[in-house]
Write a protein that binds this ligand. Structure first.
Ligand SMILES: Cc1cc2nc3c(=O)[nH]c(=O)nc-3n(C[C@H](O)[C@H](O)[C@H](O)COP(=O)(O)OP(=O)(O)OC[C@H]3O[C@@H](n4cnc5c(N)ncnc54)[C@H](O)[C@@H]3O)c2cc1C
Length: 502
């Protein structure tokens, strides 16, 4: 890009998930006139709401990692700091082939800070505990050259910790086995902490302690969907043009205005072909879509085509069962891949985890959220449970919930249920991911005034997505010569304030 060009005054954001909304907010705050185009009929992507049995609940993300200040800072800017809540400290469980056992109560990603803790004996057995405790005696460098999370855990704590504690965790959160996950992408800072503290357990404890209140995650009273809602409200106030229901199928250079334009949109309703434009382009979609939209503009981008994450389905059940009041499995369970009699990969007992959900549901009524969709050997295959029709998946979820909670749940106790399906929403951060992301970003930086953001680049999770999107936007604006705003937290009101849904 030549330094002689004037700084962009308009921006086009494609994709209205959290990364697109945050990018639009920060661009508007720097005085750019922003148009955001989203394929779905709602904004927020994986952070949204649904109503089940009269309760408004999160349909996707329900919490954020507290390891960085990124999400708390954004919430404070949006006036939501007072709604931050922490989950109940009733602990969580694992479901192994022999049944339910308590999960580690310290550490990160299922890696225990202290593998000799009595609560882990059932999961690890005597031999497993002995092997894991070797971690404290091995030299600090052992495992630090492993690229995968699985390699690192196996080298330090052995197979039992890996398969019985860490693998259920990564299956639930990343839909992948630890051997297939890039350690730096899913556990930033873990290898450095290992070198500093001398053992993996101490490194996991240090990362956990770095989180405020010692908790790994926090949420919002009323649900994380309040974040999407507040961002959308703020963008409307700032005059950002929000266009929903338009699936962007191609992007091109705008020959008249030295910018970018959506040359073809495929409206779900009607056949309008209105064109959105902007001098600065931010692609904030899932990975395969971003590569498809940008590949025509740079010959090397095509080879970065990322693996689509597996399809996942969330079945939310609202049941009347006072025996669940005592939270028999704490905040919920992660299910080991070796378990055959349960198909869910995780269950969240939302009324035990979040006080606000318990209060909203009332005595004896419980919200159980089961997730389906394990990674398949063939990444393009749809996991069999995910392809079940909703009513069958709900029946399966009720049966799985009975097994996992150890309390029989009958169809007549079900007062409401809903199934939400997500595609490509949990991108896989395979080994070498961090390097591929850096290469992809270098190639995008060679395009005129273009940027790509989102979970597939930043790593899954709101903490990563928010932090990365903001730093990428900041760096791009600096490179493009856009002056710093006096108060970056407040979007400047720009002209053109219509919200279109055409
Ligand atoms: C079920 C589920 C539960 C989760 N739970 C948590 C949690 O508890 N805590 C946590 O931190 N993280 C959680 N996550 C992960 C977190 O939600 C995501 O990492 C984050 O929301 C990703 O934001 P994003 O903007 O990158 O992507 P998305 O939210 O996927 O947004 C991308 C947007 O781009 C749009 N788009 C795609 N193609 C086009 C196109 N051609 N034209 C226009 N628009 C397009 C999509 O419709 C979508 O709205 C969860 C994810 C899922 C799916």
């Amino acid at each position: 890009m030549s330094g002689a060009r004037r700084a962009p005054r308009t921006a086009l954001v494609v994709g209205g998930g959290i990364s697109g909304l945050v990018a639009a907010r920060d661009l508007a705050a720097r005085g750019l006139r922003v148009t955001l185009v989203e394929a779905a009929d709602h904004l927020g992507g994986a952070v949204g709401a649904h109503e089940v049995a009269g309760l408004v609940l999160d349909s996707g993300a329900e919490s954020f990692a507290t390891r960085s200040p990124a999400v708390p800072d954004l919430l404070a800017e949006l006036g939501l700091a007072g709604r931050v809540v922490h989950p109940n400290r009733t602990g969580s469980w694992l479901y192994l082939p022999e049944g339910a056992v308590p999960a580690p109560s310290s550490g990160v990603l299922g890696i225990p800070a202290d593998p000799t803790a009595p609560r882990l004996r059932a999961a690890l057995g005597r031999a497993g505990v002995l092997r894991a405790s070797l971690d404290r005696r091995l030299p600090a460098f052992v495992g630090t050259t492993e690229a995968s999370l699985g390699g690192l855990v196996r080298a330090r704590m052995g197979d039992r910790v890996l398969e019985r504690l860490v693998a259920p965790f990564t299956a639930g959160v990343h839909s992948a086995h630890p051997d297939d996950l890039d350690v730096d992408a899913v556990a930033p800072g873990l290898r450095r902490a290992l070198r500093e503290h001398g053992s993996l357990g101490a490194a996991a404890a240090a990362l956990r302690l770095a989180s405020p209140a010692g908790a790994n995650v926090a949420g919002l009273r009323g649900g994380m969907n309040a974040l999407s809602e507040a961002l959308v409200h703020d963008l409307e106030e700032a005059g950002v043009k929000l266009v929903t229901d338009h699936d962007v199928i191609a992007l091109d250079r705008d020959p008249r205005r030295d910018g970018w334009m959506v040359i073809q949109r495929q409206p779900r309703h009607g056949d309008k072909t209105a064109v959105a434009r902007g001098e600065l382009l931010v692609v904030a979609t899932d990975g395969p879509t971003a590569v498809r939209l940008l590949a025509g503009h740079h010959e090397t981008l095509q080879r970065f085509a990322p693996e689509a994450g597996p399809q996942v389905a969330l079945a939310t059940l609202v049941v009347d069962e006072p025996r669940l009041d005592g939270a028999p499995r704490g905040t919920g369970l992660l299910v080991s891949e070796d378990v055959r009699r349960v198909r869910a990969k995780a269950l969240t007992h939302a009324t035990a985890k979040w006080e606000w959900v318990r209060e909203a549901a009332g005595p004896g009524r419980h919200v159980l959220r089961l997730s389906y969709g394990r990674a398949q050997a063939d990444a393009s295959a749809v996991p069999p449970e995910v392809s079940l029709p909703d009513d069958q998946l709900i029946r399966l979820a009720l049966s799985d919930a009975s097994t996992l909670m150890g309390v029989p749940l009958r169809p007549r106790q079900l007062v409401g249920a809903d199934v939400v399906r997500w595609q490509s929403a949990l991108p896989r951060a395979g080994v070498g991911h961090a390097r591929r992301v850096a290469e992809f970003r270098r190639a995008v930086a060679e395009l005129p005034d273009a940027l790509a953001v989102g979970g597939w680049l930043a790593g899954t999770g709101l903490a990563s997505v928010v932090a990365d999107t903001r730093s990428q936007v900041r760096a791009r604006l600096a490179a493009a010569g856009v002056p710093e705003a006096s108060d970056p937290a407040r979007p400047t009101r720009a002209p053109s304030s219509t919200r279109r849904k055409d």
